[in-house]
Design a protein around this ligand. Structure first.
Ligand SMILES: [Zn+2]
Length: 356
């Protein structure tokens, strides 16, 4: 890891920044971006501009930055796994078993990202396009999908509200000599001009925003160019398996008012900041944001993702993988599968799209 990264990030020219608060024009001052209209300042820390208007619910903006800087300073030349071990060693209030699971999830994120990108490529006719598509990953976390996008997607920028996670992403991508722009920002107020992207990806993001899911999808739609595609994945509320955040079986199938008490009783934790959707709810949300769903199905797992599982789970996943390839069964599995994948398109004709 480079201990003294550039003060000003070298953002590529295809990224069209604007003030996330008033959408005004920005100017770079070296250590920050400043809005010419509302004069808000956005600092640049370790080469990552911080455009957040609000903190993540788990940590304050100051503590998040301090944690990110600590990771950057103490983790020179760490590989991803030891970087994550260090991350969790300085993170309180997470049980050891969950830490192992979290680390596994992050380690598997690259293979999962590759599965998503392959699926998106298979769903894309590519008709009527010119030039390299511009993509944004909303909620890029530690950068697994970005790493998978290297060599596949020429223009991609990662956005996350967790500065600490972006530092992990930067160190990881640097360790593999992958140069990709990273921006700290809120998913519901991104620092990009309207119509900036041809593809917006939100993998495992909306479920962490209890009250702002619709807003996030609408913001994704805003930054898409007409004809642009939006991909959203989220755990399926209807899946009859342990929920991915608390490990409580069938949590999403319970009435909403039962989920809090169930998590408290079974896990001794507060059920907060999480909201699960089923396929119909996800499609409805996309439609309200002016995005027409063109593909909705249960997630498909590629060979590399499967290789990470134990033999018993692997057998179950292989059977699942076979079944999901059968069209009639696919519809049924979409309603019960663990994770939903949804891709939609913003109308080409702007008169159909939401104005302003
Ligand atoms: Zn402004």
């Amino acid at each position: 890891m480079n201990a003294s990264p550039p003060a000003t990030p070298n953002l590529p020219r295809w990224i069209r920044l604007c003030c996330p608060s008033c959408r005004g024009e920005l100017r770079a001052t070296g250590k920050a971006y400043a809005c010419k209209a509302c004069e808000r300042q956005y600092p640049i820390i370790f080469g990552i501009p911080d455009f957040r208007l609000t903190a993540d619910p788990y940590i304050s903006i100051e503590d998040d930055r301090a944690k990110g800087v600590r990771i950057a300073l103490e983790c020179a030349a760490h590989d991803l796994e030891s970087l994550l071990e260090f991350y969790w060693s300085i993170t309180e209030d997470v049980e050891a078993a969950r830490v192992t699971q979290f680390i596994e999830t992050v380690m598997a994120a690259r293979a999962r990202g590759a599965d998503i990108l392959d699926w998106l490529a298979s769903q894309d006719s590519g008709a009527g396009k010119s030039g390299a598509p511009r993509a944004v990953e909303i909620g890029c976390g530690a950068g697994g999908l970005l790493a998978a996008a290297s060599g596949k997607v020429e223009n991609i920028v990662g956005v996350d509200r967790g500065f600490r996670w972006l530092v992990v992403a930067r160190l990881w991508l640097d360790s593999e000599s992958i140069d990709m722009p990273l921006i700290c920002g809120n998913a519901n107020a991104m620092p990009f001009a309207q119509g900036s992207f041809d593809l917006a990806i939100a993998d495992g993001v909306i479920e962490h925003n209890e009250h702002g899911q619709q807003e996030i999808i609408a913001e994704g739609a805003r930054v898409l160019a007409p004809g642009g595609r939006m991909f959203v994945s989220t755990p399926n509320r209807l899946a009859p398996i342990p929920d991915p955040h608390y490990g409580v079986p069938g949590l999403g199938l319970m009435p909403k008012s039962w989920r809090g008490p169930a998590v408290r009783r079974l896990r001794g934790k507060e059920y907060r900041h999480i909201s699960l959707l089923g396929p119909a709810g996800l499609r409805r949300m996309m439609s309200r944001a002016g995005i027409e769903t063109v593909g909705l199905q249960a997630a498909r797992f590629g060979r590399e993702t499967l290789a990470r599982f134990s033999s018993l789970r692997l057998l179950a996943l292989r059977i699942y993988g076979f079944l999901i390839g059968v069209p009639v069964v696919r519809t049924a599995i979409t309603w019960l599968g663990p994770v939903l994948w949804c891709v939609g398109r913003k109308p080409e004709d702007e008169s159909n799209a939401e104005r302003r």
